[in-house]
Design a binder for this molecule. Structure first.
Ligand code: UD1
Length: 430
């Protein structure tokens, strides 16, 4: 099992280039099989979840050609199978996008039901509500979710909760349904807009993505396209908080500053300086960090995927901060790990009360999930001494070349695979 070993205490300084958005890419890869023509997708992040999705698409007969590390060609004309039951696909929640893509194109799909998740129970009732409203039957048997329709017909759908996944799945099915669909209370996240733009570039007719009412006029078929995925706002935000927690000066490049506004606002509140450029944001943390309050909300609110990173940073701020998690119920698992590094956080229900400490001290900790894992790396970078982060397989799900990018900013971090390598690193840096 690989680990990160970190010698903390260095301010991060320099420039880092952000890759394509993992969560947009997962949906776009699924949607790419909705045409029989060849689709070229660029700015694809080279991370574990994406590679699992590519394998799943290949597994049902689609042609997948990796042109280079960040570009892929997909042709879905030879798909023979609408059943996706591989064990590995259960591990990525976004496997459910294949339901929408296959149902839209073949009017039939059967996908292994994504299992429980480290950040809490994640129902898919809104996805099912959407499929049914468009004319499909849905059943759950033997750990699989099966859906089939004689005809898909547009409808007026009101989502009871703002769900990124349900919004995207309904868009995909409605894109090839007969007539018009209106989705109300739709998610507004940048990746919802990206998938709509992608499908429109394939000939779909989707309007209003990015607002809470999306209107889709079904078309008969979709055609080839070449598309570049938007930058990853969560990867960018993670580096921005790494800059703040280490009292550094980091410019994140290849970003859309508008997508980072919630993060930027919080960094300003805690005393960082921010410079915005057309496609870059610079974060400078020269003085002491101040406490603040934050509540996770659907976009444009503060993202739940950035909650552990801000909490770890607030743990080093002056005074008491309150972080409220309103999207997922089990997203404070890193708190016990951080306590081992000297963090002082008390969790009550969906609220974390953070009493700032002067410093963290290096310790051995485990990544409980993807974003919490990245946050523990941030803590390690800021901490005095050596931190070892176990279970980094979670972090690799969503961060490409994480340690290399951090080393480019002056961090002392290595990916290791044994106690010997940890000792070697410790001797090298001490
Ligand atoms: C996506 C992101 C994830 C992010 C989350 C919220 C991907 C692959 N994942 O997940 O990283 O943390 O958005 O920004 O893009 N819900 C229901 N019923 C449903 C669907 C959702 O009750 O049918 C609830 C969920 O339990 C949660 C809330 O709605 O409380 C938001 O979930 P949703 O936006 O669907 O998250 P995902 O699309 O799974």
């Amino acid at each position: 099992m690989e680990q990160y070993v970190i010698k903390g205490g260095n301010p991060l300084v320099g420039e880092v280039v952000i890759g394509g958005a993992k969560n947009a890419a997962l949906a776009i890869l699924a949607a790419a099989i909705m045409t029989d023509e060849t689709v070229v997708i660029d700015n694809l992040p080279d991370v574990r979840d994406i590679n699992v999705m590519l394998q799943a698409i290949q597994g049902i007969g689609a042609m997948v050609e990796r042109v280079d590390r960040h570009t892929v060609k997909i042709n879905g004309s030879h798909i023979k199978d609408v059943n996706i039951e591989y064990d590995y696909i259960k591990k990525i929640r976004a496997s459910y996008y294949l339901l929408g893509a296959l149902l839209g194109k073949y009017k039939k799909a059967c996908v292994a039901l994504p299992g429980g998740c480290n950040i809490g129970s994640r129902p898919i009732d809104q996805h099912i509500k959407g499929f049914k409203a468009l004319g499909a039957e849905v059943s759950i048997e033997h750990g699989q979710i099966a859906t089939e329709a004689e005809e898909l017909v547009g409808n007026h759908i009101y989502l009871d909760v703002v769900s990124v996944g349900a919004t995207i799945n309904i868009i995909m099915v409605a894109a090839l349904a007969k007539g018009n669909t209106i989705i109300e209370n739709a998610a507004k996240e940048p990746h919802v807009v990206d998938i709509a733009n992608f499908l429109n570039s394939m000939g779909a007719n989707i309007k209003g993505a990015g607002t809470d009412v999306i209107r889709i006029k079904g078309v008969e078929r979709l055609h080839k396209t070449e598309y570049s995925i938007i930058p990853d706002q969560i990867e960018a935000g993670t580096f921005m908080f790494a800059a703040a927690a280490t009292k550094g000066d980091v410019t994140v490049k290849n970003v859309i500053p508008k997508h980072l506004e919630a993060t930027t606002a919080k960094l300003l509140e805690i005393g960082c300086e921010i410079e915005e450029y057309d496609d870059a944001v610079r974060v400078v943390a020269s003085g002491p960090l101040q406490h603040t309050h934050v509540k996770t909300l659907p976009y444009p609110g503060y993202p739940t995927d950035m909650q552990p990173q801000i909490a770890v940073t607030l743990g080093l701020s002056e005074g008491t901060s309150i972080v409220t998690e309103s999207i997922f119920e089990n997203r404070f698992k890193y708190v016990d790990e951080l306590a081992r590094m000297g963090g002082n956080i008390k969790v009550e229900g969906n609220t974390a009360i953070i009493s700032g400490v002067e410093k963290y001290t290096g310790a051995r900790v485990s990544a409980p999930d993807l974003r919490a894992g990245a946050a523990l790396v941030i803590a390690g970078l800021a901490a005095e001494g050596i931190t070892v982060v176990d279970d980094i397989v979670y972090i690799q799900r969503g961060y490409e070349a994480f340690e290399e990018k951090l080393r480019g900013l002056g961090a002392k971090i290595e990916r290791v695979n044994s106690e010997e390598e940890i000792t070697k690193f410790t001797l090298k840096v001490s």
